[in-house]
Ligand binder design. Structure first.
Ligand SMILES: Cc1cc2nc3c(=O)[nH]c(=O)nc-3n(C[C@H](O)[C@H](O)[C@H](O)COP(=O)(O)OP(=O)(O)OC[C@H]3O[C@@H](n4cnc5c(N)ncnc54)[C@H](O)[C@@H]3O)c2cc1C
Length: 358
């Protein structure tokens, strides 16, 4: 099979790339190994408000085009995030965010891509890349451009040798029943070693989970999760586990006719683990750049330059903060003390990917 653009993965990165590429009249095929888009949900489902996104990514352009959502996709809006130290001290930061239902959100993004003219094949996996040909469960696919939007464990990344010895944090989440304060809560310390535990209130119930640094805690994710849930008094349903790339953006995201977008490119904010906004911002840049490239107006490497102009500085700053925090994460007392020294203002800057030390 021949296509102009093959996109591996139909999460936020892949579907946004497909939307902006297909809308320029390019022949785009998305493949995804899942049977259903967006399911199972492996996410805290929190999306910063667009104004907050401008404070994180001041170079971002027309973010409203990407993040203006139909109201039915938003389960709840929260105005604050409580950051809770190991000793139980709460630092309340103003931070407006929307709580999504990822199952419907991801489907919405795919619908936008399909309406723009892109095709989708579910239950279809990339197996390998050989001499520019994608071997997939649909057969061999020859594409002018291949996009690796296949998440934190990206096969596209590994097959093209763009692997940077990435570090992924394990994360476990569940949907809990009950009534919860309309504030996002993040718990730090040995409750989620090197990461944090969260309660993200939904329209009814909450998304509760933990993510942790596997170098600080080498045991099973379930052990950390069970310990965290033991501190809550609520019923919850099935658990899902996922990975969050926390070692910063890949040093290279374009090689020959292949480019990486979203988690596959390590485009995640290392102080909060958020990767939906970055996947979509990079996806729009990728889609538009591919269309220009196929029209003979630029090389594919322009994608690398463009996304770094918008996101590299905040992503690198967040990574430096996370690396510094790793020293304090080793000990609850030290962590509590460092949170007290930083205070609400410093913590507020950390979650917004700003420098905490002047
Ligand atoms: C537990 C957890 C909680 C999180 N909470 C938040 C949050 O609250 N807010 C936030 O902004 N971010 C959060 N994140 C991060 C966020 O989910 C990701 O950054 C985001 O989904 C990245 O989008 P993506 O399209 O790059 O990757 P994904 O959403 O992972 O999509 C990749 C797609 O590729 C497909 N795929 C993989 N391999 C293949 C293959 N070989 N062939 C075909 N298809 C393939 C997968 O099926 C998947 O559909 C969380 C992550 C985890 C694990």
């Amino acid at each position: 099979m021949d296509v102009d653009v093959l996109i591996v993965g139909a999460g936020p990165a892949g579907s946004t790339t497909a939307r902006f590429c297909a809308s320029e009249g390019i022949d785009v095929l998305m493949i995804d190994r899942r049977r259903e888009i967006g399911y199972p949900v492996q996410c805290g489902e929190l999306l910063p408000d667009t104004d907050e996104m401008y404070t994180i990514f001041p170079e971002g352009q027309d973010l409203k085009e990407l993040f203006t959502l139909p109201s039915h996709l938003i389960q709840r809006t929260c105005d604050n995030i409580d950051l809770i130290s190991p000793g139980g001290k709460t630092y309340r930061c103003e931070f407006k965010s929307h709580v999504l239902d990822r199952r419907f959100f991801d489907k919405h993004l795919v619908d936008l891509a399909i309406n723009a003219g892109s095709r989708l094949s579910m239950d279809s996996s990339l197996l390998s890349l050989e001499n520019g040909i994608a071997r997939t469960t649909l057969g061999n696919i020859k594409a002018k451009v291949i996009v690796g939007a296949d998440g934190p464990n990206s096969k596209t990344m590994r097959q093209t040798g763009m692997d940077d010895s990435r570090m992924n944090y394990p994360a476990v989440t569940c949907q809990a029943k009950g009534s919860f304060e309309p504030v996002v809560k993040m718990y730090f310390g040995s409750v989620a070693p090197g990461g944090y535990g969260w309660i993200i209130p939904k329209a009814s119930g909450a998304n509760i989970g933990i993510g942790f640094n596997p170098r600080i805690f080498k045991g099973r994710p379930r052990t950390v999760f069970d310990k965290f849930m033991a501190t809550m008094d609520c019923e919850y349903g099935d658990l899902t586990m996922g990975l969050v790339p926390m070692s910063g953006p890949a040093s290279s995201t374009v090689r020959e006719n292949v480019l990486l977008v979203g988690d596959a490119a390590g485009q995640v904010m290392a102080t909060n683990g958020g990767g939906i906004p970055t996947a979509m911002i990079a996806g729009r840049i990728a889609g538009k750049t591919i269309a220009e490239h196929l029209a003979g107006k630029c090389s594919l490497s322009v994608y690398e330059k463009r996304w770094r102009e918008v996101m590299e500085k905040p992503l690198r700053t967040a990574l430096s903060t996370r690396r510094l925090a790793d020293i304090f994460f080793l000990n609850d007392r030290l962590l509590g003390m460092s949170m007290r020294i930083l205070g609400r203002r410093g913590l507020d800057r950390a979650i917004r990917c700003k420098r905490i030390l002047f």
